[in-house]
Ligand binder design. Structure first.
Ligand SMILES: C[S@@+](CC[C@H](N)C(=O)[O-])C[C@H]1O[C@@H](n2cnc3c(N)ncnc32)[C@H](O)[C@@H]1O
Length: 267
């Protein structure tokens, strides 16, 4: 299935602000300088490049279903002179690598967008080296989003966003089920480490960045398609949400948080 958020400038502005330090802190202590790492659904590749810096004697592969993103990422790595990273177009459901290819197989905010995240996780396990290799995933738990100060249009944004994900068979609460999905794939509890990480956006720079991402996304062609067409929200409601995010940016006390489930599996 296509990535329904699309890769518009507003979406990419949100993803490109992410770093390995912010989004993969639970995994970083387990990475060795010689590791061969696969970053699946790498998006604009900022987390991928963070991994590359941590494995000077190793290699990183960034993979995404979007060919345009992959081309841009490869150009960006070349411009930065980073030589231990390569990018591939491909799907998490059919990873174009033999069994046991990687020391670390990672994804961030990808399984929550899939209709069959367990099949994807099984592929991640397949390409990871048994006897020491690590599978790592960090996924949203959207029901834990807290938006301060509270406002009806923003509460509605939170509910309808999850509704949109569920309607298309995605998993807005993926983060709380990661360990269970792994167990159902035959992974023993002793091979699993579960933790929780948070997004917390506050202060002028972060609230202007996050608020402007959603001010634009709420009235984008992609949201027209995924919210208005199936009848989840009206165009007027989306305009109200966009305006509420615009106003939110201007409030000094504005604050946003969300929990993520983090999973490490030693295969
Ligand atoms: C929410 S973005 C996350 C990007 C990046 N991991 C980050 O956190 O900044 C999800 C990414 O997964 C990619 N994606 C969606 N379905 C995919 C699939 N079946 N196989 C590989 N990548 C996929 C999308 O193209 C998109 O770039």
């Amino acid at each position: 299935m296509a990535y329904i958020a699309g890769h518009t400038p507003a979406v990419l502005k949100g993803h490109a602000a992410r770093s390995a330090d912010d989004c993969a802190a639970y995994l970083l202590p387990h990475i060795k300088p010689t590791d061969h790492i696969l970053d699946i659904g790498c998006g604009p590749g900022t987390i991928t490049l963070g991994f590359a810096q941590r494995v000077p004697q190793g290699r990183v592969v960034g993979l995404d279903i979007s060919d345009t993103l992959i081309e841009e990422n490869a150009r960006a790595a070349e411009q930065k002179g980073i030589t231990n990273v390569a990018y591939h177009v491909g799907s998490i459901f059919q990873l174009p690598f033999p069994d046991a290819s990687f020391d670390v197989t990672h994804c961030h905010q990808v399984l929550c967008h899939l209709t069959d995240p367990q099949a994807a996780m099984a592929e991640m396990i397949r390409v990871t080296k048994p006897g020491g290799g690590v599978v790592a995933a960090r996924e949203a738990i959207m029901e834990t989003m807290v938006i301060y100060p509270p406002r009806l249009a923003l509460t509605s944004w939170k509910e309808k966003l999850q509704q949109m994900h569920r309607r298309t068979g995605q998993h807005p609460g993926a983060g709380q089920a990661l360990h269970h999905w792994a167990m159902q794939l035959g992974i023993k509890p002793t091979q699993i480490r579960s933790s929780v990480g948070t997004f917390c956006y506050t202060g002028q720079e972060q609230r202007e960045w996050w608020g402007s991402v959603w001010e634009q996304r709420c009235v984008s062609a992609e949201w027209e398609e995924s919210m208005v067409v199936p009848g989840i929200a009206t165009r007027d409601e989306l305009k109200e949400m966009s305006l509420a995010w615009k106003e939110w940016q201007g409030k000094e006390e504005a604050w946003f948080a969300m929990m993520h489930g983090e999973l490490l599996v030693w295969v």
